[in-house]
Design a protein around this ligand. Structure first.
Ligand code: PLP
Length: 371
């Protein structure tokens, strides 16, 4: 069996070092808001090229709290509109609704699966205040174009970088393009904790200070509450383990790229459309391949055939946000590009410990698939 992602194997690689830092935390007697968090925040900010990284409990909170901080700072108010891709994972949209802001769905480019910059301007109104691009599957959205639009209309940009640690365009990393960026360290992400964790990166001192208060009951100083905050902290144990795993992120990313290149050059079944069809290698070489997503009109059959042959695949994602029961008011709207993507996409196994032989086996089976 080739699993979709072998988390146990991934963490076994660093077992000794993880045990060592966990022991250090256990023996320190200090479990929340200490040196481990500070060190990881510093190292992660340096890695992304930003001035600040602020650890929080998970990726959803990273997005929710950033929008919330902008409200506290007077930059946003209830009912303001946030432009977000219509094919994103639901968390990007929940973060907007949770703040009494209005998600405005914009269709992706069907080649990149990312927000189509050509469609953004038509969605801008007097109430638009934020663009929330999602670097889906590990590829940066068209950030140079998006930042130009944001500048022209004086909009804030919040990147959803939950799937794109270390991805870059023009030498500038995910997390360092917008005014702020939310990261998730959910175990299955490219930089994964052994539990829940997240962070916000930014170069804005005022925002960083507000986020540090918001994640901790709205308090900078014990028992003094500036704002009505929440409890969303990244604990010492997870921070210490993340700091170990961060050291290996570049090597793991290189391995993902190796697998992706094998797939891109090896799979040649006419029933399977490879990602980034028609896109120049130059433009996607900094893709970090959180997921390797193919498209096929025969998804059910292909998935069943691969499973019969011992290969686990997943679908990211089967139902578009506007068809979810959670957003009943959108169920009758039509986003045809997203709808087509959601019926055709399928993710092949990819990860830092998938062997090249296993990838070759996946390629052979894909090429032998017949309708
Ligand atoms: C995983 C993910 C999130 C949420 O992260 P959690 O840590 O699970 O809360 C947000 N956005 C995207 C695109 C994600 O993939």
């Amino acid at each position: 069996m080739i699993p979709f992602l072998d988390l146990k194997n991934i963490n076994q690689q660093y077992r000794e070092q993880l045990i060592e830092v966990c022991t250090r935390v256990i023996d320190s007697g200090w479990y929340i808001g200490g040196r481990e968090l500070e060190k990881f925040e510093q190292n992660f900010a340096t890695f992304c090229g930003t001035q600040y990284a602020i650890g929080v409990a998970n990726g959803l909170d990273a997005l929710i709290l950033t929008l919330r901080a902008w409200k506290e700072l007077g930059k946003l108010q209830d009912g303001d509109e946030v432009i977000v891709p219509s094919n994103t994972y639901i968390a990007s949209i929940l973060a907007i609704s949770a703040n009494q802001l209005k998600p405005v769905l914009v269709e992706p480019d069907s080649n990149t699966f990312n927000l189509d910059p050509k469609k953004i301007e038509a969605a801008i109104t007097d109430k638009t205040k934020v663009i929330l691009p999602v670097h889906l599957y590990g590829q940066l959205a068209a950030m140079p174009e998006i930042m130009d639009i944001a500048k022209k209309y004086d909009l804030l940009v919040l990147e959803d970088s939950a799937q794109s640690h270390a991805a870059e365009i023009q030498g500038k990393k995910a997390g360092n393009w917008g005014d702020a960026s939310g990261f998730s360290f959910y175990p299955g992400k490219n930089l994964g904790a052994l539990g829940d964790a997240g962070a916000i990166t930014t170069n804005d001192t005022e925002l960083a200070n507000m986020l540090k208060a918001l994640r901790n009951y709205g308090s900078h100083e014990k028992y003094k509450n500036l704002v009505q905050g929440v409890n969303s902290r990244l604990d010492e144990m997870q921070a210490a383990m993340l700091d170990i795993k961060l050291k290996f992120l570049d090597a793991e990313t290189q391995h993902r790229r190796k697998i992706a290149n094998l797939y891109l050059t090896g799979i040649n079944n006419p029933f399977i459309a490879l990602p980034l069809n028609n896109i120049k290698a130059e433009e996607y070489k900094q893709h970090v391949w959180h997921l390797f997503v193919i498209r096929t009109e025969h998804r059910g059959a292909l998935q069943a055939y691969l499973l019969e042959n011992g290969i686990q695949t997943l679908i990211h994602y089967p139902i578009p946000p506007h068809k979810q029961q959670a957003y009943k008011e959108w169920n009758d709207l039509s986003y045809p590009i997203s709808e087509q993507i959601h019926t055709e996409v399928m993710s092949l196994p990819i990860g830092p410990t998938l062997s090249l032989q296993d990838a070759e086996h996946v390629i052979r089976l894909c090429n032998n698939f017949k309708v």
